[in-house]
Design a protein around this ligand. Structure first.
Ligand code: NDP
Length: 500
């Protein structure tokens, strides 16, 4: 029998109690891992252990895959119509709405993001995502291909079968919904691994999925490590598709494991080192506000973070002064304090990685214009940091830091900035600020990125495709595009008159 996690929130912004199982969720039941070991879950605001969750092993992956396959062959897949899948997803969205504050509080506790952002962004968009895919579930269809009058030819978009999904710690609940929404709408069964740093909302979701009435085995959750459970999912011979969000390095491992095992279909949403270009003719105050949001939202732990901020020389000094003032005013502190903008980084490992990047910036000769140090003495807080006087070869300019660190780079003209902006192995997102719409659109079109924002940053909609060019990923999430990741196209040809 798995353990129960109970927590009482008595905070200025939320008061309430939560209580749920912390076992593996396999075939509609919470169970211990095969080795009966557990993983400590740490509150990043204090560095203290708050929960223990079951640790899955590769053997548990086999058990979960078997349960998922059974569900696919009997109660789900082609055995359940789209309108019923739609009804279940809509019910799940309603249950999430009823528990939105609890889910947001759990996210703040486990990940360190502020309760207000978890309410207004993470959980709100997560609910929208499930509701959006509920709308798609009964609208999945192929086409009729006209060949000739002696044949009836059509295509079907069939579910793939058992799919593996591996999600990260920066948006734990949101990434779960981006993955399960299209997979369940199209009739697949899921074996999912959340990050072992932030599994609490995923565990709570198992109970809501159960309450919504999804048949046992349709959704299975395995809390465990990437090197064991993640590797077992990506190399499993009976998992026909794997979807991953995380680092480019692990994305590469997953693709390799897929190639070496059963050539499973792979979609990857990887990192970014996203340029944010601010021209002389931008609305300066708006550009400053958006650029701060772009670089420091979610503590910089966003794959879309616009952390390479290119500012044209005519406004550089004024921009830097205003940007610095805004960053100085960002309140770093308890995720449950009403005025906190930035909580702790999600884990000790991430805190250490960011501090190493900051040190490398100093060592390579960049100027720490603001911050660059720890905030407080407890937990994993880092002050919003600005680097100036960088060169293109520096690690802090080339690599994804995934922390509250922005790099401000002066540029002279359009050609120069487009060349610099595209000088990266990533291609996830980019932003352009200009009041000259022709310049803004021309620049957006020339940037090698899966998303280009004009006069805004970090805008995500459930119906707009999201994904990367270059080493930022393969495939698109959200919108109708995501459905294609989870269906296999079958052509059916019926002979109406040919005689052999
Ligand atoms: P990872 O890419 O290592 O982790 C993401 C997920 O993949 C986790 O669940 C992880 O499990 C799992 N994983 C790790 N190794 C394997 C493997 N061999 N096979 C299958 N799954 C595996 O990210 P980190 O947590 O280490 O963060 C490192 C950097 O990655 C960040 O600094 C950031 O730059 C980037 N990142 C990008 C994200 C994005 O949204 N694109 C999200 C998160 C990170 P486990 O935690 O047990 O290793």
């Amino acid at each position: 029998m798995s353990q129960i996690f109970t927590h009482e929130f008595n905070t200025p912004v939320y008061k309430g109690k939560t209580s749920f199982h912390t076992g593996l969720y396999i075939n509609g039941k919470f169970v211990e891992g095969s080795d009966k070991t557990t993983i400590d879950i740490v509150n990043p605001a204090t560095g203290k252990v708050i929960a223990k969750v079951a640790e899955a092993t590769p053997k548990d992956v086999d058990i979960a895959v078997e349960a998922a396959q059974k569900a696919f062959d009997t109660t789900w897949g082609l055995n359940m119509g789209g309108s019923e899948r739609s009804r279940l997803l809509a019910k799940l969205a309603r249950l999430m709405e009823e528990h939105q504050e609890e889910l947001a509080a759990l996210e703040a506790l486990d990940n360190g993001k502020t309760f207000s952002w978890a309410m207004n962004a993470d959980t709100a968009v997560a609910i929208d995502t499930i509701r959006y895919y509920a709308g798609w579930a009964d609208k999945i269809h192929g086409q009729v291909q006209e060949t000739d009058e002696k044949k009836l030819t059509y295509s079907r978009h069939e579910p793939i079968g058992v799919v593996g999904q591996i999600i990260p710690w920066n948006f734990p609940l949101l990434m779960l919904t981006w993955k399960i929404g299209p997979a369940l709408a199209t009739g697949n069964c899921i074996v999912m691994k959340p990050s072992e740093f932030t599994p609490l909302t995923a565990l709570r979701m198992c109970e809501l999925i159960q309450e919504a009435g999804f048949p046992a085995g349709v959704f299975n959750l395995l809390t465990g490590y990437g090197s064991t459970v993640g590797a077992a999912i990506s190399s499993h011979m009976k998992i026909e598709k794997v979807a991953f969000t995380g680092s480019t390095m692990v994305g590469r491992k997953i693709m390799e494991a897929a190639a070496r095992s059963n050539l499973k279909n792979v979609t990857l949403e990887l990192g970014g080192k996203n340029p944010n270009i601010i021209f002389n003719d931008a609305d300066l105050d708006q550009a400053v506000n958006w650029a701060v949001h772009g670089s420091y939202w979610n503590h910089g732990q966003a794959c879309t973070a616009g952390s390479r901020i290119f500012v044209q020389s005519g406004i550089y000094d004024e921009f830097l002064a205003k940007f610095t003032d805004r960053c100085r005013s960002l309140k770093v502190g308890d995720p449950f304090a009403p005025d906190s903008y930035q909580g702790p980084q999600a884990s000790k490992a991430q805190y250490d990685r960011i501090m190493e990047f900051i040190q490398s910036g100093k060592d390579q000769g960049a100027t720490v214009h603001l911050g660059g140090d720890r905030n407080g003495t407890e937990g994993y807080y880092i002050n919003p940091t600005i680097f100036t006087n960088t060169t293109p070869d520096m690690k802090i300019v080339q690599e994804e830091i995934f922390g509250p660190v922005g790099v401000i780079i002066k540029f002279e003209d359009e050609e120069d900035v487009i060349r610099q902006a595209n000088d990266t192995l990533y291609g996830l997102a980019a932003a352009v600020f200009s009041q000259n719409i022709t310049r803004a659109i021309n620049t957006a079109h020339r940037l090698k990125a899966g998303t280009a924002w004009i006069n805004c940053v970090n805008q995500i909609h459930t119906n707009v495709p999201f994904g990367g060019f270059k080493q930022s990923g393969i495939g698109r999430e959200l919108g109708e595009y995501a459905l294609h990741n989870y269906t296999a196209v079958k052509a059916v040809q019926v002979n109406l008159g040919y005689v052999m």
